[in-house]
Design a protein around this ligand. Structure first.
Ligand SMILES: NC(=O)c1ccc[n+]([C@@H]2O[C@H](COP(=O)([O-])OP(=O)(O)OC[C@H]3O[C@@H](n4cnc5c(N)ncnc54)[C@H](O)[C@@H]3O)[C@@H](O)[C@H]2O)c1
Ligand SMILES: O=C[C@H](O)CS(=O)(=O)O
Length: 485
């Protein structure tokens, strides 16, 4: 059945791009089919745009910037509030679109819609708090005033794993700051993005303020990064592509915001509350089938609780229900594509051929459905220790001392999220401060919330999203010097 027929409001399903307030196809009329990873069925198509259409979107965003930046913070906030209200009101349809194109269980998709919308609400409120500064000058009659201005037209490139929230976490602060935006969603999940465009239009956000271009990633990316009009590129996705885009942005000295890959360690000490730690791992590891940048990738367990923890985690994992995200009770949906399955299997095969033992799962069930898997006796030389698996596989590593656990954790070029479970408050702070990661969950399996800065260090990225820090990323400081210095 077509997506539209499954929606309360079929008009939320768009198969065209949104440029300058108009719904348009590619200039060449070429399209890209989009499938449902749970069934393999083609569920629609989107325009296969390239440089020309992206340049048109940039020009529209540039024109709209002139008037959008001049709106009062209250006016921008009111439009964002209306966009938020429409997301919440249409939450069921947005969630269904997401599950159909991305695969995650419907309950998780609903959760993402609320999470995604929360950024719009948050930054609508923050728009009113873009304060400047006055600084005492060196001379008695001098004055120094610091103003904050929107950076300009923003290019945003987003991934498939969170097709709604990764867009709103960028677009909402950009618009709140007075910027306009050109968004290129992932080719696997364009319909969630386009539905957000429909709701932005209905909210009355002016033409050209939000533009959404689907199509050829490299060509659209190149048009965004090479344009002198685009003053900031914000990207969420793999470290490989992020590095390439950063290089491309150098020619026009754009500001870059990069939310890249992770390799999160999850430390469980002998003194941890083991049941709480199991709950934490289940939340962190299996959300979105393990396809989350902050997912626990390496689970490090201290000697004294290793066996007990492995047993408890295996029992909890065995209760997960793999299936179509639309089926009642499903807790783990399909992986996004064959390449994802191949990488997961490669990691499991490499681990087992080097001494790891499968406790639960370990293989493909059918189609793109991979079994939730627990591996014991994982070691640091395995691929699974070095790369992001991005699937429902939990490898258990063993450690003896706190120092060893910290060293193992930090032995990665990535630095996004990390987690630790202990009941010793001194250890909690000591270890958290020694972990080289942008975020640390202490007795917490989740670090994702609107109010907190989200982002990584090292090769996991640059800049922060969410929180009041997320707004600063879209603002430039301008210093006015009055009188003598
Ligand atoms: N740090 C974070 O906040 C965060 C959040 C979500 C995902 N991620 C990371 O994203 C990765 C998974 O996402 P993915 O597979 O979609 O990543 P990806 O890098 O393949 O794709 C991300 C986006 O970049 C586009 N893209 C691909 N090649 C491009 C090119 N040459 N030029 C311009 N754009 C290009 C894609 O079309 C997509 O829109 C994982 O590594 C995950 O950890 C990070
Ligand atoms: O994939 C990583 C995202 O940032 C998702 S979330 O913000 O942690 O939900």
């Amino acid at each position: 059945m077509s997506i539209a027929k499954q929606l309360k409001d079929p008009s939320l399903f768009a198969e065209l791009c949104y440029i300058d307030g108009k719904w348009v196809g590619a200039n060449s009329a070429a399209i890209i089919p989009v499938d449902n990873p749970a069934t393999g069925e083609i569920i629609g198509s989107v325009p296969k745009c390239g440089a020309e259409e992206t340049e048109a979107a940039i020009a529209a965003a540039d024109m709209a910037f002139k008037s959008w930046r001049r709106k009062t913070a209250g006016e921008r906030a009111a439009l964002l509030e209306r966009w938020f209200d429409l997301m919440i009101a249409n939450g069921d349809d947005l969630a269904r679109i997401m599950t159909l194109e991305q695969g995650k269980p419907l309950a998780e998709a609903r959760g993402e819609i609320v999470y995604g919308a929360s950024f719009v609400k948050w930054f609508a409120e923050e728009a009113r708090r873009i304060y400047g500064e006055t600084i005492p000058a060196a001379s008695a009659d001098g004055r120094i005033i610091v103003q904050k201005h929107p950076i300009g037209v923003v290019g945003a490139i987003t991934p498939w794993n969170f097709p709604n929230a990764m867009i709103t976490r960028k677009a909402a602060p950009a618009l709140a700051a007075g910027c306009t935006i050109v968004i290129k969603p992932a080719e696997f999940t364009p319909f969630s993005a386009l539905a957000l465009g429909i709701l932005a239009e209905r909210a009355g956000i002016p033409n050209g303020v939000i533009n959404i271009v689907t199509g050829q990633a490299a060509e659209i990316g190149r048009a965004l990064t090479s344009s002198p009009v685009v003053r900031k590129l914000t990207f969420t996705g793999s470290t490989r592509v992020g590095k390439m885009l950063m290089e491309q942005c150098a020619a026009t000295v754009k500001r870059v915001g990069l939310e890249l890959g992770g390799n999160a360690p999850f430390l469980i000490f002998d003194d941890a509350d083991l049941d709480a730690a199991v709950t934490g791992v289940m939340t962190s590891k299996f959300r979105n089938g393990g396809q989350t940048c902050v997912c626990a990738n390496r689970i490090l367990v201290q000697d004294g609780v290793y066996d007990a923890f492995a047993e408890k985690l295996a029992a909890a994992t065995s209760k997960l229900i793999v299936g179509d995200g639309l089926s009642e009770g499903t807790t783990v949906g399909p992986m996004i594509n064959q390449a994802a399955i191949a990488k997961i299997q490669e990691h499991v095969d490499d681990a087992t051929s080097n001494g790891a033992a499968v406790v639960v799962g370990g293989g493909l069930r059918s189609g793109l459905f991979y079994e939730p898997t627990i591996l014991r006796d994982a070691t640091v030389d395995m691929k699974i220790a070095k790369e992001e698996t991005f699937g429902p596989v939990a490898p258990l590593f063993r450690f003896s001392t706190e120092e060893q656990a910290v060293a193992m954790s930090n032995d990665t070029p990535f630095g996004l999220a990390s987690y630790l479970y202990t009941q010793n408050i001194s250890r909690a702070f000591r270890v958290a401060e020694a972990l080289e990661f942008g975020m640390v969950g202490i007795n917490a399996g989740s670090v994702s919330t609107t109010a907190a800065p989200f982002g990584g260090i090292k090769e996991s990225g640059l800049g922060r999203e969410g929180s009041h820090h997320g707004l600063e990323e879209f603002l430039e400081l301008k210093t006015l010097h009055l009188g003598g210095i």
